[in-house]
Design a protein. Structure first.
Length: 221
């Protein structure tokens, strides 16, 4: 699979990774991997089972046997549609707790490699460029100011009819970023050969165009 191209999109929460990854995949006809969903699903399954999210010996076997399926923009665990459940902020926070456990990251490693299929993959997460696909020909580290990111999350929630306050969202996302950056197992940081893209003042379309221009500069596949 090493000859199948991968575009990695890593960065902090609500920087626009998922949106950018979906648009790129559509433009290029590539597959997409939302690796955060794997950590969210692990946290959700652990919470359902009443496990302590820091209990590595109990949580890692769950990650290793996740009956996870992506179909038609939805996420299924076994027969259950968990798309909405996984999007909850509490599940995102839980995901960052289980994501700090090395045995959980190890258990999800092979699962992620399996998404690398012809004609190519756009992979979104925290460690796509540093740990999972280190040989990827294009790595993007996407950032935006914390204030912008909190505002974007706020807008998403309001749109869904969920009430939320910006100050609370800002505090939550800063706490999650800090945990993601300071853990010892695959911390959130740009790969050495990543291109940095700050989209605080960019439209989604302008970000997509920038990455497509970088992609066009790569050797042709
Ligand atoms: O996947 P990640 O958590 O990084 O972010 P996302 O869910 O793709 O994006 C969060 C929100 O920011 C979405 O509602 C995007 O439409 C919005 N966004 C934006 O307004 N401007 C951008 N340049 C990028 C994303
Ligand atoms: O959409 P958002 O950026 O808020 O979160 P996500 O990408 O769904 O990831 C949820 C959590 O999973 C993150 O805060 C990370 O702790 C963890 N994660 C990770 O450690 N490695 C990845 N490749 C993807 C997510």
């Amino acid at each position: 699979a090493a000859d199948v191209p991968v575009i990695c999109i890593d960065g902090p929460t609500a920087s626009g990774k998922g949106t950018l990854a979906d648009e790129l995949a559509q433009a290029l006809g590539f597959w997409v991997l939302d690796s955060g969903a794997l950590y969210r699903a692990t946290a959700w399954a652990a919470l359902q089972a009443g496990l302590d999210l820091n209990d590595e010996a109990a949580v890692a076997p769950l990650a290793a046997t996740l009956p996870l399926r992506f179909a038609g923009g939805q996420v299924y665990l076994g027969e259950e549609n968990v798309t909405e459940a996984l999007r909850q902020e509490a599940v995102g926070l839980g995901a960052s707790t289980v994501a700090a456990l090395p045995a959980v990251r190890q258990a999800l490693h092979a699962l992620q490699l399996g998404f690398r299929r012809v004609p190519g993959l756009v992979a979104d997460g925290r460690d796509m460029g540093t740990a999972i696909f280190p040989d990827a020909p294009l790595k993007v580290f996407l950032t935006a100011s914390a204030a912008q990111r909190a505002q974007r999350r706020h807008k998403q929630l309001i749109f869904k009819g969920v009430s939320a306050n910006i100050e609370g969202l800002l505090a939550d996302l800063e706490a999650r970023d800090l945990r993601d950056k300071t853990r010892s197992a695959s911390p959130l940081k740009p790969a050495q050969d990543a291109r940095l893209l700050d989209n605080s003042d960019l439209t989604i379309e302008a970000s997509v165009d920038q990455v497509l221009a970088w992609w066009a500069d790569q050797r042709p596949f």
